[in-house]
Design a protein around this ligand. Structure first.
Ligand code: FPP
Length: 262
């Protein structure tokens, strides 16, 4: 991904052909704590390893031609974790910008942020804004970081914007909300991956992921590598997406073309 650099081992891994490439992959990066505990390390070391995994995954998705990646790095609920852990994750986010911004910019990555930026410490807020501004004109992978993000809060904010915009009740439509949701400028996620074995979306892109394909894997986030990305994308290619319609070629009851199925 970065020109003129010695490739990582992952980069020489042959790229499997995909039958379809998602326009937007969203990932719940879970399992850092368990990864660390299994190695006798602190949870913070797990988050540090998790931050390192981001590069491999972003590069692999980019190689596959995925244009947008949203990472759930810190939820509104995560503010309730022990203070030392919260401080450490904030520090890792700050280090990530300090150490990766130039490289990401060079690789044409556009950084974006969703979530309550006002809750971040002032210095981190400034770094996030700077990173977003510096990479705003880039045309490669959009790396959208959900930090201090909650899906329900996102919907509440969209509704507040509707009110601020003076939209009348009868004019409130799904489109009107979608235009005001945090990811309005991005395609909806086609594929939502959760690592770490749990099978829930934990207040991540609640509105946006209504029709996403879900991929749950027991692999802990720091172990989620290029091969794991390939496996998720190959599985996505095998899914038949219906968007509430009857499957292609199926005989619809009473001549209907759409069913209530998902
Ligand atoms: C979930 O694992 C992970 C988090 C809550 C934090 C994720 C943070 C990073 C990957 C690094 C910082 C972010 C950036 C943008 C560089 P968990 O702690 O819930 O793991 P467990 O379920 O095993 O306890």
């Amino acid at each position: 991904m970065v020109a003129g650099r010695v490739p990582h081992a992952e980069e020489v891994l042959p790229l499997p052909a995909l039958s379809s490439v998602p326009r937007h992959v969203a990932i719940i990066m879970d399992g850092n704590g368990r990864w660390a505990t299994a190695r006798g390390l602190s949870r913070v070391e797990g988050h540090r390893a998790g931050a390192l995994a981001i590069r491999t995954v972003a590069e692999r998705l980019s190689q596959h031609g995925v244009p947008v990646l949203t990472l759930f790095a810190f939820s509104t609920e995560n503010w309730g974790r022990p203070r030392a852990e919260v401080r450490a994750i904030l520090g890792l986010a700050s280090d990530f910008i300090d150490t990766r911004l130039a490289e990401l910019d060079e690789a044409d990555v556009r950084l974006a942020h969703i979530g309550d930026i006002g809750r971040l410490p002032r210095a981190l807020r400034a770094k996030v804004r700077h990173a977003v501004e510096r990479t705003a004109a880039n045309t490669g992978l959009v790396l959208n970081v959900a930090f201090s993000y909650g899906g329900r809060a996102d919907i509440v904010d969209a509704v507040r914007r509707l009110v601020d915009d003076g939209v009348r009740a009868e004019d409130i439509t799904e489109e009107a909300i979608a235009e005001r949701i945090a990811t309005a400028h991005l395609p909806e996620p086609d594929l939502l991956i959760r690592t770490g074995g749990e099978r829930r979306i934990s207040n991540f892109l609640v509105w946006q992921a209504a029709y996403a394909e879900y991929y749950f894997t027991p692999t802990l986030w720091p172990d989620f590598d290029a091969r794991a990305v390939d496996a998720a994308l190959l599985e996505y290619g095998r899914r038949r997406r219906r968007f509430g319609l009857v499957p292609e070629g199926a005989c619809a009851p009473d001549g209907l073309t759409a069913s209530a199925g998902a």
